[in-house]
Design a protein around this ligand. Structure first.
Ligand code: HEC
Length: 99
């Protein structure tokens, strides 16, 4: 009983202090992805054209740091899409669910 409590506390502390975890909202991220990204990207799986990487691929092959840095600026033929910091976190959180 006491032992499992200690394990639970340790796990909670480890999760709370993990710095690499995106802080976004998965549901909002999914909406952003469907609205802004899906015209070009496969946003719900791994299948992709040769040119545009799928979100499943990106989740597996890129670190959250890399994604964050990349998404800070517009890319491809999407000059009008500038995501807010929060939207970037949301999209990355959603991507991580596709791993
Ligand atoms: C107009 C088409 C288009 C839209 C819309 C678009 N992308 Fe992309 N995206 C591309 C193309 C083309 C590439 C590959 C070439 C490049 O890296 O610019 C790419 C590459 C990427 C990469 C890969 C960077 C890497 O490390 O290789 C990420 C991450 C990404 N897109 C995220 C997004 C997100 C998130 C959205 C929605 C907010 C989005 N894209 C919307 C066309 C688009």
């Amino acid at each position: 009983m006491l032992k499992s409590l200690a394990v639970g506390l340790a796990l909670g502390a480890a999760l709370a202090t993990s710095p690499a975890m995106a802080q976004g909202d998965v549901k909002t991220g999914e909406t952003v992805a469907r609205t802004w990204c899906s015209p070009c990207h496969n946003t719900n799986g791994r299948g992709a054209s040769d040119v545009v990487p799928s979100f499943g691929y990106l989740a597996a092959e890129r670190s959250e740091r890399e994604l964050r840095a990349f998404l800070t600026n517009p890319h491809g033929a999407m000059p009008n899409i500038q995501l807010s910091r929060q939207q970037i976190e949301d999209v990355i959180s959603y991507m991580e669910t596709l791993k």
